[in-house]
Design a protein around this ligand. Structure first.
Ligand code: 13P
Length: 260
């Protein structure tokens, strides 16, 4: 049984450390001491240290939104895995579409970052997903398979179990357009089949694959109830404590039902 995993990607928000700490504290208080689903928040790098302190003694993981693949050196403006470890990170988002499409990040770079993240003990959340044009052109499966092949090159079955994938159709990010549960489940099933072919059924059955793209409290339950959707990577709604906690509650209900 795969545990549901809800992560909040705060992107370039909020503007101040004070607001970031207040949001983290509100989420920590709302989640309580023992979350029955996995939860993580991914604030901007500058606030990681303070959010880590705010999350002390809570089960909530702390994720960065990006990292460099080199351990150190002359890479102006970049942040290393060791720095993320030192700031208290447990997770790191890699290959988000806003980096792939906005910053020209390639599968090869995502792959290099993935190997480095694993080497320093961070849990990577590797994002994949097609654009609207690619979906309309009937290329969704080819695009997703290409991103999986490139981003996961050289990864063993044993390593794969410790990697989280996030399927985020680019056309559903920040647009208010959500993939229907059937559309999302269709691609998640394709991803599970791809993982099965590459890593075997037992390994594929253990890999957590989140969905991302306009997940809100009112659509979370039906998305999370799909058999191959194992959580959510939440953008906009993770900045409002009530919405993020609402999504976590929806996950708790789905998890309780599946255990009954
Ligand atoms: O990009 C996302 C999470 O990484 C999704 O963002 P929204 O939830 O704002 O659509």
């Amino acid at each position: 049984m795969r545990p549901l995993f809800i992560a909040g990607n705060w992107k370039m928000n909020p503007a101040t450390a004070k607001e970031a700490v207040a949001l983290a504290e509100a989420i920590k208080n709302g989640v309580g001491p023992a979350a029955d689903v996995r939860v993580a928040v991914c604030p901007p790098a500058l606030f990681l240290d303070q959010v880590d302190a705010a999350l002390a003694n809570s089960p909530i993981g702390l994720g960065a939104q990006n990292m460099h693949w080199k351990p150190d050196g002359a890479y102006t403006g970049e942040i290393s895995g060791a720095m993320l470890n030192d700031a208290g990170c447990t997770h790191v988002i890699l290959g988000h579409s806003e980096r792939r499409h906005g910053m020209g990040e390639t599968d090869a770079q995502v792959n290099a970052k993935l190997h480095t993240a694993l080497a320093v003990g961070l849990i990577p959340i590797v994002c994949i997903g097609e654009t609207q044009q690619e979906r309309e052109g009937g290329q969704t499966e080819d695009v997703v398979a290409g991103q999986l092949t490139g981003s996961l090159a050289g990864i063993s079955a044993e390593q794969m179990v410790g990697i989280v994938l996030a399927y985020e159709p680019v056309w559903a990010i920040g647009t208010g357009l959500t993939a229907t549960p059937a559309q999302a489940q269709g691609v998640h099933e394709f991803i599970r089949d791809w993982l099965t072919k590459l890593f075997g059924e037992a390994t594929a059955a253990r890999i957590v694959v989140q969905y991302g793209g306009s997940v809100k409290p009112d659509n979370a339950a039906e998305l999370l109830a799909c058999p191959d959707i194992d959580g959510a990577l939440v953008g906009g709604a993770s900045l409002k404590e009530a919405d993020f906690l609402g999504i976590i509650r929806a996950a708790q209900v789905v998890a309780a039902k599946s255990q009954a």
